[in-house]
Structure formats: C-alpha cells, structure tokens
Design a binder for this molecule. Structure first.
Ligand code: PNS
Length: 166
C-alpha cells in the first residue's frame, strides 16, 4: 500500500536538552509527514546560555530518532521560516503544553505568517504525561540532583547530571 504520508515538516527547537515530550511530538509528526527535519537552533537571541553545544544537542536527538527512518536532524542559524523554505518544508510543527505556551506561540505564529505566509504552522497538543515537561525544568532538577527517569532519554540524563552537578 502506498504511504499516505506526504511532504516535509520542520520540528524546531533549542532542545537543550531534548526531552521525552519533544521526542513524542517528533514521532507523532513522523506518522503524518513523509519526511521530518528536526531543526536545532544554533544561535538564538532569546537564549544564548546553552548547557550543550549544538553538535551535542543534535547527537542526542539523532540517536533517539534513528529507528524512525524518516527523521533527520539539522542545526540552523537563520530565521525558522527561511530554514523551512530552504528545506522545501510545507509546515512547521510545534508542541503545545499549557495556555502559557499558547501566548508565546501565538505571537511567533503572527510574525512567521507575516514573513512567510507560504509556510504553515501546525500545533500538536502535548500528551498529558508530558504536559508539565520542559528543558528548563529538567535542568533545574538535574542541578539539584533529582531523578530524571521518565523525563529525558537515559544517556541525556547522565550527561546532564555530569554537566550540572554541583
Ligand atoms: O522554545 P525554543 O525551543 O527555544 O524555540 C526555538 C524556536 C526556533 C522554535 C523559536 O524560537 C521560534 O519559533 N522562533 C521563531 C523566530 C525565529 O525564526 N527565530 C530564529 C531562531 S535562530
């Protein structure tokens, strides 16, 4: 049977580090689109103090998505909509957790739509078990020696604990 999946989607983020919530959004996107590019922000005006280098952030994701077959991981340091166009993507897919995400994403959506009306933004609701999960929360837990089981992949947990332990 021919695949019903069609087109390329970008799933962008800082991924510092990738969480199980991000991976859930990525694999759900990979069920819908033929080709998924996980875009890892290399330079952001908003957050510049990353714990992990872009190479490390890319590597963490690559080893988790290898089994999916239709997902590649690429760093980018340009506007998201330009990255989407450059890769022939018809959509940018993002996860939404709480109302607080909505406000920020609504603003980003308007800006991105203004710059590139040809690139559609789509939103997947976070699964309930991940609706509280964020990279910054995970970093805070790691800083104080908390358990990261069920929040990030095991190799990421040990690298994060190493990087942040006090
Ligand atoms: O919350 P995150 O993971 O830091 O989000 C990163 C990203 C790129 C998805 C978010 O900043 C966004 O939507 N930016 C749109 C504006 C843009 O193109 N910025 C350039 C990023 S280098």
């Amino acid at each position: 049977m021919a695949s019903e999946r069609d087109g390329t989607a970008i799933v962008p983020g800082s991924y510092d580090p990738v969480t199980l919530g991000h991976l859930d959004i990525i694999s759900r996107t990979a069920e819908v689109f033929e080709h998924v590019i996980v875009g890892v922000v290399n330079a952001s005006v908003r957050k510049s103090n990353y714990v992990f280098s872009v190479e490390e952030r890319v590597e963490f994701i690559e080893s988790e998505v290898a089994a999916l077959g239709n997902v590649e991981v690429k760093p980018f340091s340009m506007l998201l909509v330009h990255f989407a166009r450059e890769n022939g993507a018809k959509a940018v897919v993002k996860g939404l957790r709480a109302i607080s995400d909505f406000e920020y994403e609504f603003e980003m959506n308007q800006l991105n739509r203004k710059m590139a009306p040809d690139v559609e933004s789509m939103y997947l609701m976070a699964a309930p078990e991940y609706s509280f999960l964020s990279s910054s929360g995970v970093k805070e837990i790691a800083t104080f020696g908390g358990d990261l089981t069920g929040l990030v992949p095991a190799p990421v947990a040990s690298r994060l604990q190493e990087a942040l332990k006090r």
